[in-house]
Design a protein around this ligand. Structure first.
Ligand code: NAP
Length: 242
């Protein structure tokens, strides 16, 4: 059964990814907070690709609801965790409520739902779990270290999950986008040569299913940049305004 659960079905990259899956014959379960928006996306995908698409209410912060979502979707081949919240670094420095929201959505919400996914997948070979993290998690930087640290924790979670599920032949793939043009980056001045469209990002995520890498940077440029950034000694790094 080719059926993918997209957790964050209203995200711009998530919508583009849903089209990738559907155009390759996958049925879909779209999960998000906004059912009205999801229903529009569902209709569009069904008309264009002729696959079955269902919608389910999903709030990453409503942890106790997560088991029901997975219990009622036991026939999945893929689960993609793509919701996220960038938040505001400056506000998060002054208000713990904002910092907590960033951590809770990007890390605790992802752990809660993916723990349930892992339990339901564990006895079946060939299933795929994809988690969309970020290059921001590769090194803490003053401009976004609350979000970056939540993504770093998520990256480490994915690494541990991959190690746990290796013998069960379940693939666990971590995706690290750099800049992508979406609602999340709306209004930001992004360098064009380091920025990709949501569609291009989604194509790369879908391709990752059939490639051997467990950790995939959406562009080679970002892999190279982060390699250099990670190598900068802490004493020198502290003087930079990144
Ligand atoms: N855009 C980039 O440059 C970039 C770079 C690196 C990594 N990423 C990661 O890529 C993923 C997709 O982001 P995007 O760029 O497509 O952003 P987006 O269009 O802003 O989508 C973010 C999604 O997260 C959902 N979400 C937020 N809080 C939620 C909650 N409590 N429960 C359930 N869903 C929640 C939003 O749902 P609503 O529609 O209900 O608000 C929205 O669908 C995220 O994990 C992001 O961190 C993005």
């Amino acid at each position: 059964m080719n059926k993918a659960l997209i957790l964050g079905g209203t995200s711009d990259i998530g919508v583009a990814l849903a089209h990738q899956y559907a155009s390759n014959g996958f049925d879909l379960v779209l999960a998000a907070r906004n059912l009205a928006k999801l229903t529009e996306i569902q209709r569009d995908i069904q008309i264009r690709h002729g696959v079955k698409v269902s919608c389910v209410l999903f709030d990453a912060l409503n942890y106790s609801s997560h088991s029901d979502i997975i219990d009622s979707n036991q026939d999945l081949s893929d689960a993609i965790c793509i919701f996220g919240y960038l938040g505001d670094q400056r506000i998060a420095e002054e208000s713990f409520a904002e910092a907590e929201k960033i951590i809770d959505i990007n890390y605790k919400g992802a752990v809660s739902i993916l723990n349930q996914v892992a339990e339901s997948f564990i006895n079946y070979d060939g299933k795929i779990i994809i988690g969309v993290s970020s290059v921001a998690g590769d090194r803490g930087r003053q401009s976004n270290y609350i979000y970056g640290s939540a993504k770093a924790a998520f990256t480490a979670y994915m690494q541990g999950l991959r190690n746990r599920l290796y013998k069960s032949k379940i693939r666990v793939i971590t995706i690290k986008p750099g800049y992508v043009i979406t609602k999340m980056t709306n209004g930001m001045k992004l360098p064009p040569f380091l920025t990709v469209s949501a569609k291009k990002c989604a194509i790369q995520i879908f391709k990752a299913r059939t490639k051997s890498s467990d950790v995939v940077y959406i562009s080679k440029k970002w892999w190279f940049i982060m390699k250099i950034i990670k190598l900068i000694p802490e004493r020198l790094f502290n003087r930079l305004s990144l």
